[in-house]
Design a protein around this ligand. Sequence first.
Ligand SMILES: NC(=O)C1=CN([C@@H]2O[C@H](COP(=O)(O)OP(=O)(O)OC[C@H]3O[C@@H](n4cnc5c(N)ncnc54)[C@H](OP(=O)(O)O)[C@@H]3O)[C@@H](O)[C@H]2O)C=CC1
Ligand SMILES: CC(=O)[C@@H](O)[C@H](O)COP(=O)(O)O
Ligand SMILES: [Mn+2]
Length: 389
Amino acid sequence: MEGNKKGICILGSTGSIGTQTLDVIRANQDKFQVQVLVAGSNYELLYKQAVEFEPIAVVINSEEGYNKIHDPLFDKGIKVYQGKQAICDVVTFPSVDVVLTAMVGAAGLDPTIAAIKSKKVIALANKETLVVGGHLIAELLKQYPTPIIPVDSEHSAIFQCLVGEGNNELEKVILTASGGPFRGKTRDELQGVTLKQALKHPNWSMGAKITIDSATMMNKGLELIEAKWLFSCPSEKLEVIVHPQSIIHSLVQFTDGSMKAQMGLPDMKLPIQYALAYPNRISNDFPRFNFMDYPQLNFEQPDLNTFKNLQLAYDAIEASNGMACVLNAANEVTVDAFLKEKIGFLEIGDSNEEIMGQFAGAKANNFDDLFALDQEVRMATSQFIKTKV
Ligand SMILES: NC(=O)C1=CN([C@@H]2O[C@H](COP(=O)(O)OP(=O)(O)OC[C@H]3O[C@@H](n4cnc5c(N)ncnc54)[C@H](OP(=O)(O)O)[C@@H]3O)[C@@H](O)[C@H]2O)C=CC1
Ligand SMILES: CC(=O)[C@@H](O)[C@H](O)COP(=O)(O)O
Ligand SMILES: [Mn+2]
């Protein structure tokens, strides 16, 4: 947008990342101006956000939400739209400079494609976008070059470690994992774990889907695939190390053996602010890390047998170009079923494995194939789950 302020569109403004993004913007109103807010169904919060931040438009996915907020916001001069196509349209508004993608799941892919085609800077929180369509997004970016600034804490850490390194070759990219609430547990011990236990992440307060992904370590699997595409990093250079304190957010190692890490307290506002302000840094009053509060930082190997989703992600990276889409779609359905208490915790990974087997060799050479594959896998996974309950 004109002037010194960056115009921001937030996809998923009512969620964990979305609300923290608005916290960052609230504290930096001389630098950022909200142009567009997009939400799924939480119309009450979206309404409040719109009244406070005065965007030019909001989009809500649900029809009920649209009917509730259209007239009162229209009266305040704020346009209100509904539905998937509207989300893809608003990201292209000329006054939008940065699109922060914080919708959950593969639903974030389509608007991100529209934003890339419109050459917007992408502040990427929605990791599923690159998991599902990384190979096609990489091609799209050749045609429509635009910066993708990671928001995911590990990828923000890696990105920050790479600033100033030019073409210096990487030997390894090391993603840290908290290990989640069930770190160190055996498969037997995981048999009867509850939804409440799985939703209790040791270090981060996040949306329900990613919190379950952290508990199954699918989150780290998705992040491996995300890292592959963000940093053009082959799978043999990608490693995961369990670091229960989530203080070191990730590391890189160069071919001279030197390692760089980015560290700090677990607080998503920092990577969000970094992505919005990039290439600048903004001073803030976020709580600071104190070494004396953490006299020990620990590291462990991940247990790929118990947390099989992480192994499945490694497998998907090596398989055909549709397999990451298969894994993601299956996982979205199984996690949703677990959140609705229709299946047990271990059935998430077991079902994902079964579905990957059913779709062995799946390919997606263009976006139409990809969306069709995504739908097909969702149906197959729902069917499979029905046979189990
Ligand atoms: N939370 C975190 O700390 C981190 C999150 N991420 C990633 O960021 C993304 C968002 O995570 P998080 O904020 O935790 O998730 P939440 O569940 O808290 O929020 C999801 C947001 O997406 C919106 N939404 C969902 N479906 C649709 C749809 N079809 N159309 C429009 N909006 C939709 C929701 O709207 P509504 O609530 O109104 O229905 C909500 O605003 C995920 O991809 C996650 O993996 C990455 C790193 C850290
Ligand atoms: C905050 C963030 O980036 C999450 O993706 C976090 O990393 C989840 O923690 P796990 O390491 O437990 O997956
Ligand atoms: Mn992360």
